[in-house]
Design a binder for this molecule. Structure first.
Ligand SMILES: Cc1ncc(COP(=O)(O)O)c(C=O)c1O
Length: 425
């Protein structure tokens, strides 16, 4: 009995190894390499370049003035308090409710009636990307005939997220290449012309990649028009605090929409504003008609999360809730966010001044008009190629400069190189 079972097992093993049936490689021989991610590809090329002059202004991660990654002091302190003090049990499917409660206050306001009335369905998400993806899957499941309107341009991963969730995509005008600002008139036309009840993806602040945000007045008009058309506003807020240095001010667009009575959706991330990039901590929230609906919506969000990753990671959530629930640590965080935003704003001024001092024939006003981590420089892909090939400066070919990678030490070199490749344009 035992011997024949062993023989059967050997037979199965031989077959599954491909012996006598098919060769090992045949299962995946039809798989071609995936195209390189435009942003992550830049970092790979930068790392492979041996030049001592090389500069990476491609990746959207904050660096200090020495070009080094930063761990905030409030995060270090929160980690000290957590260390050895917490167990490693699973979080509930919806994540840390403590973290979620604090996170909602940042987006909706400390004294939000929506929070008091328990009208917001919210779950911890795998950072901003995970929050967007969870929403896209929810949209597909419960509004299967809907589309998503995405600004042109946008963070390239937005397209991937809604594509993989199988939600059809439409676009709306956003950036005006000539003014290097907002194409407000076309944006408003697109809102008016979209079928009633369409879904619109909006960057709450510090638009990626353009650094162009609507003014408060423009947000009011956008909100009004979306309301008239019965559209659904979904805010991706990956940079709260990074635009102005003040998370409260950076939530202004959301607050305008809430005042107008929109039932919004919102993706929040702590990657940038707490420097918790690799911890993957964020939040997805949807404003509902009432508490009963919020309970139903939350349960369905959890249902979508369950077969994907079961429940979200615990450490980042603990760091966030430790910081935000302690007034001293929260104040330290606010100071540190402002420090990061101010350094970026200072580098915008320095880059523009350097270009002007070099006698550039072009206007570089947009460098200081734009806001947040990125400057959409207006350089062509060919000019970016020259920056890389001749000056070892790395960025995405759409001309997006991550201002977070610009330092006192490299801003002069960067300005000079930009001047060289653009002066005859
Ligand atoms: C507009 C926008 N949304 C979302 C994200 C998501 O970032 P994460 O998933 O790291 O929170 C990013 C990151 O670059 C972004 O720029």
């Amino acid at each position: 009995m035992m011997a024949s079972r062993t023989a059967i097992c050997r037979g199965i093993q031989r077959r599954s190894w491909g012996i006598g049936t098919r060769s090992m490689s045949s299962w995946w021989s039809q798989v071609d390499p995936a195209p390189k991610d435009p942003i992550l590809g830049v970092t790979e090329a930068f790392l492979a370049d041996p030049s001592p002059d090389k500069v990476n202004v491609g990746v959207g991660a904050y660096r200090d003035d020495n070009g080094k990654p930063v761990v905030l002091e409030c995060v270090r302190e929160a980690e000290r308090r957590i260390a050895g003090n917490k167990n490693m049990e699973y979080l509930p499917m919806g994540g840390s409710m403590h973290m979620v409660e604090e996170t909602l206050k940042l987006a909706y306001g400390e004294n939000s009636d929506l929070i008091k009335e328990k009208r917001i369905a919210a779950v911890q998400a795998l950072s901003g990307t995970g929050a967007c993806r969870l929403f896209a899957d929810f949209q597909k499941r419960f509004r299967p005939d809907s589309q998503i309107y995405i600004p042109v341009p946008t963070w390239s991963n937005h397209h991937n997220i809604w594509r993989d969730a199988q939600v059809p995509q439409r676009t709306f005008h956003y950036y005006h290449p000539e003014t290097k600002g907002l194409d407000f008139a076309s944006l408003m036309d697109d809102i008016k012309n979209a079928p009633n009840g369409s879904f619109f993806l909006l960057h709450a602040c510090a638009h990626n990649p353009t650094g162009v945000d609507p003014t408060e007045e423009q947000w009011k008009e956008i909100s009004y028009q979306l309301k008239v058309k019965g559209h659904f506003p979904f805010f991706d807020m990956a940079y709260q605090g990074f635009a102005s240095g003040d998370p409260e001010r950076d939530a202004k667009a959301i607050r305008i929409f809430l005042e107008d009575g929109h039932l919004i959706g919102c993706a929040q991330s702590y990657a940038k504003n707490m420097g918790l990039y690799g911890q993957r901590v964020g939040c997805l929230s949807l404003v509902c008609d009432d508490e009963k609906q919020a309970i139903a919506v939350k349960s369905q969000l959890q249902q979508i999360a369950r077969p994907m990753y079961s429940n979200p990671p615990v450490h980042g959530a603990l760091v966030v809730s430790t910081i935000l629930s302690d007034p001293d640590l929260k104040n330290l965080w606010l100071k540190e966010v402002k420090g990061m935003a101010d350094r970026i704003i200072g580098m915008r001024t320095a880059l523009r001044e350097n270009l002007e001092k070099l006698g550039s024939p072009l206007s570089w006003e947009h460098i200081t008009n734009q806001i947040g981590m990125f400057c959409y420089s207006g350089m062509t892909p060919e000019q970016v190629d020259r920056l890389t090939n001749e000056f070892h400066i790395y960025m995405t070919r759409n001309g997006r400069i991550s201002m977070a990678g610009v330092t006192t030490g490299n801003v002069g070199y960067l300005a000079n190189a930009i001047h060289e490749v653009t002066k005859s344009a």
